[in-house]
Design a protein around this ligand. Structure first.
Ligand SMILES: C[S@@+](CC[C@H](N)C(=O)[O-])C[C@H]1O[C@@H](n2cnc3c(N)ncnc32)[C@H](O)[C@@H]1O
Ligand code: SF4
Length: 379
C-alpha cells in the first residue's frame, strides 16, 4: 500500500525561542479562531485533490499546537476524518510544549485519536533553557511527561538539542541520562542550526554568546549515539532514535520520498512529482481563504523530472542509517543506482564517506559526521 501523509501547521507559540526560525508567532491570540476556520476550509477544499488516498500518518506540528485550546485540535481531526480515508493504524502525532499542557488537553487529544506525542524539552538544565528562550523548566517537562503517561500515551518522543551556547558535554550527558530513565519510545536529538534572523544568531555574531566548536559538536553527537544505543534505542536517522517498531512514520515517509499534503500557514506538500508550499503571511493566508481564493495561498517550489526525483531519493534516503536499498530504488525507478550514480558513489566510497554492499548504499561512521558533504553530491 502506498503511504500518504497529512501535515497540519499551527503557527502559534507563547513566545519565540531564540534559536527558532520556524514560521510561528508569539502573540496573535486574536487570530486563533479565524486561523482555525481558514484551516478547516482548506482541509475540506482539498478533499477532491487527495481523492481516495490512504492516509497513514497525520502530524500536527508548529509552532506549538498545544498552546491553542484542545477543542480546536478535536475539530481539526474530526474534519480530517470526515473528509479523508484514514487507515485504522494511522499514526497521529501532536507536538506539545511543556508549560502549555493540562490534563484536559491531553484527554481531549486522546479522545480525538492522537496516538503519539512529541514533547520539546531541548535540555534538562534550567539555565540553558532560559538562555535559549524556552518558556518552561525541566520540572514542568517532567510534569507534562507524567500527565501524558497517566492519560494513556504510550508512544512519546522527546526532543533534545546539542551544541547549544554554553552547553557542556556533561550537560548533554545529563539530559540524555535523565530522558533515558523515563523510557520514551522515541528520542530526537538535533544539532543546533544557527539560523539567520534569529535572536541567537545576533547574539553569537555580537560575541555575546559562543557556540561549541565542530570537534566538540561531533563529540557530543557520538556521546549521544553511544548512550542512547546502549539503552536499547535504534539509531534510524541522523537525529532520531527509537525503540524497535516505534520509528516515526511521519519522518520515514519524508525520507522515503512518499507523498504528503500540508495544511496551514507555510505548510509544504509533495504530490505528483511537485513540491509546493503555502503562503507565510498569516493575515493573507486567512483573507485568501475567507474570499475562497485558495490558489492564491499555494506556490510551486519544484516540478521534478525523473532525474531530479532519483537524486532527491538518494539525498533523502542517505539520512536513514539503513541507507538506500538498491532493490527499492530499482523497484521505484526501474533503474540501477549503482550505474546512474557510478561517479558520485566511487568518489564518496574512496573518501570513506559511503559504503556500498549488495543490498544498500549507506553512510559510514565518517559519513555520519560529514553527511552534508555526501548529500551535496546529489544536489
Ligand atoms: C518544529 S519544533 C516544534 C516543537 C515545539 N514547538 C517545541 O519547541 O517544543 C521541533 C523541534 O525542532 C528543533 N529545532 C527547532 N529549531 C531548531 C534549530 N534552529 N536547530 C536545531 N533544532 C531546532 C527543536 O528540538 C524542536 O523541539
Ligand atoms: S522551538 Fe517550538 S516553541 Fe520555540 S519558537 Fe520554535 S516552534 Fe515555538
Amino acid at each position: 500500500m502506498k503511504e500518504f501523509g497529512i501535515y497540519v501547521h499551527i503557527p502559534f507559540c507563547r513566545s519565540k525561542c531564540y534559536y527558532c526560525d520556524f514560521i510561528s508567532f508569539g502573540s496573535k491570540e486574536c487570530l486563533w479562531d479565524k486561523y482555525i476556520d481558514a484551516l478547516i476550509k482548506e482541509i475540506e477544499f482539498n478533499k477532491k485533490k487527495i481523492g481516495e488516498k490512504n492516509i497513514t500518518t497525520i502530524y500536527i506540528g508548529g509552532g506549538t499546537p498545544s498552546i491553542i485550546n484542545s477543542e480546536y485540535i478535536t475539530k481539526i481531526l474530526s474534519i480530517i476524518k470526515e473528509n479523508y480515508n484514514i487507515k485504522p493504524n494511522c499514526e497521529i502525532t501532536i507536538e506539545v510544549n511543556p508549560g502549555t499542557i493540562t490534563r484536559k488537553k491531553l484527554e481531549d487529544y486522546k479522545n480525538a485519536g492522537v496516538n503519539r506525542l512529541s514533547i520539546g524539552l531541548q535540555s534538562t538544565n534550567n539555565n540553558l533553557l532560559k538562555e535559549i528562550g524556552r518558556i518552561h523548566t525541566y520540572e514542568q517537562f517532567l510534569e507534562t511527561y507524567k500527565l501524558a503517561r497517566e492519560c494513556g500515551f504510550e508512544n512519546i518522543n522527546v526532543d533534545l538539542m546539542l551544541a547549544l551556547p554554553n552547553q557542556k558535554l556533561s550537560d548533554l550527558e545529563e539530559s540524555i541520562t535523565e530522558v533515558i530513565k523515563l523510557n520514551p519510545k522515541h528520542i530526537s536529538v538535533y544539532s543546533l542550526i544557527l539560523e539567520e534572523g534569529t535572536k541567537l544568531y545576533d547574539m553569537v555574531n555580537n560575541n555575546e554568546l559562543s557556540l561549541p566548536d565542530d570537534e566538540i559538536e561531533r563529540k557530543m553527537y557520538w556521546t549521544v549515539k553511544n548512550k542512547v544505543e546502549e539503552a536499547g534505542y535504534r539509531h534510524y536517522e541522523i537525529s532520531n532514535f527509537s525503540k524497535p517498531g516505534f520509528e516515526s512514520k511521519h519522518n520515514l515517509n519524508c525520507w522515503n520520498q512518499e507523498e504528503y499534503i500540508g495544511f496551514g500557514l507555510a505548510a509544504h506538500s509533495y504530490m505528483d512529482k511537485k513540491r509546493f508550499y503555502n503562503i507565510i503571511n498569516l493575515e493573507e493566508y486567512i483573507k485568501n481563504i475567507e474570499e475562497n481564493n485558495f490558489e492564491k495561498n499555494s506556490f510551486v517550489e519544484e516540478i521534478q523530472n525523473d532525474d531530479d526525483m532519483k537524486k532527491e531519493y538518494m539525498m533523502l534516503g542517505l539520512r536513514k542509517i539503513e541507507g538506500v536499498s538498491i532493490q527499492a530504488f530499482k523497484n521505484k525507478f526501474i533503474d540501477n543506482p549503482l550505474y546512474i550514480f557510478n561517479k558520485e558513489l566511487e568518489k564518496l566510497v574512496n573518501e570513506e564517506l559511503l559504503e556500498v554492499d549488495l543490498d544498500n548504499i549507506r553512510l559510514t561512521s565518517k559519513g555520519l559526521d560529514f553527511a552534508n558533504l555526501v548529500w551535496q553530491e546529489f544536489v
